[in-house]
Design a protein around this ligand. Structure first.
Ligand code: PEP
Ligand code: MG
Length: 369
């Protein structure tokens, strides 16, 4: 190692010795998990499961969501289970005992459904169309949404597709058991996305606990798997006290929370009037990049406080893009969060920044940069 590397390692070691915020990674492949660990991540704060349902598995997902009958859906779920078990086992292996927060499926539905126009054109140009394709088109038409990001996503999808949550929770449980069998000490957590009311979380939690108990009984093992929720809707933040009754942890999804608090589409933001707003000074910086302290940040503070009042052991973190943004990290330190979670490549900078935030707070200033 050269002098520069040594200086960087020294700065990181110092930051680690003073920071209060934990630093985890957003990772959903074993490769990313290994990279994150090598860069000092103390766990995975967000393992998104959406990408695990794309590619070759797409046909199974279509069959699951558009299932004509229970048998077709159950067959698709049964085929997905071993694949998901392997997904989770490999990530738990890469993290070797560090916490891994696995989020239940949260796709905007349109990303999984076949394209309606393509399907219609194909049907129209076929002399003797397959009746299954016609049925598929009808199903896709029934499920079209004007605002997929505000539609059948997250916990709503989990509650709407029978067996989906159970399949994912079983895959997590079986992955944990497999790691235990290999002598590891896996630490998996289950996270429910897009919760807006405690009732949704209660339903999801009951289903998850039922499956965990089932797998524990089948294998004669004790499974200790915390169950928590994303806080990414203003209603969730405003009713955080109620939601904390059913949650072991909160993870703030500041991407969606920014979208829904501001009423700004996260997918269109960069392309539309943002440059104008930046130029006119409506924003100093995009609220999707750096936490909007008065609005979104305020909701985070309210929710942390209300959640901890109800459940003093509630763990709190942030896993939106803001978790890797320096100014936002200072804010999250001040808000008393337990950890930030960010892309693996931002881990070293986040460790440094968390250290700076701790020093600045001790010195009574908001910044030491
Ligand atoms: C979020 O909304 O901030 C989040 C982390 O979830 P996703 O980006 O996957 O919607
Ligand atoms: Mg989200």
């Amino acid at each position: 190692t050269g002098p520069v590397t040594e200086a960087v390692l020294g700065a990181l070691a110092h930051a680690d010795s003073v920071r209060r915020l934990g630093v985890r990674a957003n990772a959903d492949t074993p490769e990313d998990a290994a990279r994150a660990r090598a860069l000092g991540a103390q766990g995975i704060g967000l393992c998104r499961t959406e990408h695990m349902f794309l590619g070759e598995r797409r046909a199974l997902v279509e069959a699951m969501i558009l299932a004509r009958d229970d048998t077709a859906r159950d067959a698709a779920l049964a085929a997905l289970l071993p694949l998901q078990r392997e997904d989770f086992t490999s990530i738990l292996t890469a993290m070797d005992g560090l916490p891994v927060t696995i989020r239940l499926l949260d796709p905007p539905l349109h990303e999984f459904l076949p394209d309606r126009t393509e399907l219609a054109v194909r049907l129209a140009s076929t002399v003797d169309p397959d009746p299954h394709e016609r049925e598929l088109l009808h199903a896709v038409e029934r499920m079209q949404e004007q605002n997929p990001m505000l539609g059948l996503r997250g916990v709503r999808l989990g509650l709407a597709v029978p067996g989906l949550m159970a399949m994912q929770v079983r895959a997590v449980a079986e992955a944990v058991i497999s790691r235990l069998g290999a002598g590891g000490c896996p630490h998996a957590e289950i996270m429910v996305p897009l919760v807006g009311t405690v009732e949704e979380l209660r339903l999801a939690r009951a289903e998850a606990e039922r499956v965990l108990d089932e797998v524990a009984a089948e294998t004669g093992t004790t499974l200790d798997c915390p169950i928590g929720t994303m806080i990414e809707l203003p209603r969730a933040a405003l009713t955080a006290g109620r939601i904390a009754e059913a949650a072991d942890f909160f993870s703030f999804g500041t991407n969606d929370l920014t979208q829904t608090t501001w009423g700004l589409s996260r997918d269109d933001a960069e392309a539309s009037f943002f440059p104008l707003y930046l130029e006119k000074g409506v924003f100093g910086v995009s609220p999707f990049e750096s936490i909007d302290q008065e609005g979104v940040g305020r909701l985070v503070e309210l929710a942390v406080e209300a959640g901890r009042d109800v459940n003093p052991r509630l763990e709190t973190g942030v896993c939106g893009e803001h978790g890797g943004d320096p100014d936002s990290i200072h804010f999250f330190h001040g808000a008393g969060l337990d950890y930030v979670s960010c892309s693996p490549f931002r881990i070293p900078a986040a460790r440094l920044e968390a250290g700076r935030a701790a020093v600045a707070a001790r010195a009574g200033t908001s910044d030491t940069r």
